[in-house]
Ligand binder design. Structure first.
Ligand code: ZN
Length: 264
């Protein structure tokens, strides 16, 4: 009986693993997902409704037109035919940007103080769309689910010994979540660079934008965006290394825009 249970368990684990392993577009990395695309899209829709109800819509025509122009160009070449794209600029003193699962893209008005032209805006929008295409949200949720299950097992085994669970918590935090988010940032940087180049924006603008972002640091309105997007020389260096590949894509684009429209 014990042996049969073990076999069933092994088969279940194998089935779950096979069903849940996906390949990230552009980078080809294997990722473990316990969420379905439909679930992630639904969560994205719900979050979008919430944010749109809470945040103030920006009325600056220049900013709205810029996001629509740049966002549409990137959406068209991204190959995500099942995304229901929407682009919105929110009025805020906080600089931020995101793309929710399923293609809802937001840029906060304050960010336009840093982006000087369409190509620099494309580097941010491309990065955020990169997170969505790579299903980083689903991957984080899956990872959190595995960690909390792991924590329950440890709690049961040690009868709730807090020292153990704390140690486990710290171990998973340092060994799991943090480097993972760095991995996601590098991946979104890479996908964003390829997307902007494919859409016809000069990929060198990514270096100029993220360099400015790095200099501004966590001060002022960029605090929150900076904390979710820790910027380092290493990230910029990594983008520089990928630049020949991006330039190659850019050169193949029949509709090159260079830096595009300048904002000031
Ligand atoms: Zn990011």
């Amino acid at each position: 009986m014990k042996r049969i249970s073990a076999n069933i368990f092994a088969v279940l684990v194998l089935a779950l693993t096979l069903a849940a392993c996906q390949t990230v577009p552009y980078t080809g990395r294997s990722q473990f997902l316990m969420t379905s695309k439909a679930q992630e899209d639904q969560l994205g829709e719900d979050a979008w409704r919430e944010v749109c109800a809470k945040e103030k819509k920006c009325t600056n025509q220049q900013y709205n037109e810029a996001l629509l122009r740049v966002g549409t160009s990137i959406a068209q070449i991204s190959g995500q035919s099942d995304f229901k794209w929407e682009f919105r600029v929110f009025q805020s003193k906080e600089a931020n940007a995101f793309c929710l699962p399923g293609g809802k893209v937001a840029v906060y008005s304050e960010l336009f103080k840093l982006a000087a032209n369409d190509a620099e805006l494309a580097s941010v929008v491309g990065h955020e769309i990169g997170h969505a295409i790579a299903r980083h949200g689903g991957e984080r949720m899956s990872q959190a689910a595995v960690q909390s299950a792991g924590l329950q097992v440890v709690s049961a085994a040690t009868k709730g010994n807090t020292a153990w669970t704390q140690a486990y918590g710290i171990a998973t935090e340092v060994g799991g979540m943090l480097p993972y988010s760095r991995l996601h940032e590098y991946e979104a940087d890479y996908i964003g660079l390829m997307l902007m180049a494919k859409a016809g924006y000069d990929p060198n603008a990514a270096i100029s934008f993220w360099n400015k972002f790095k200099t501004v640091g966590s001060s002022g309105p960029f605090g929150e965006f900076f904390s979710t997007h820790p910027m380092s020389e290493k990230r910029i260096e990594e983008m520089r290394l990928k630049m020949p590949e991006a330039i190659n894509l850019y050169n193949k684009c029949p509709n090159k825009k260079g830096l595009g429209v300048r904002y000031r």
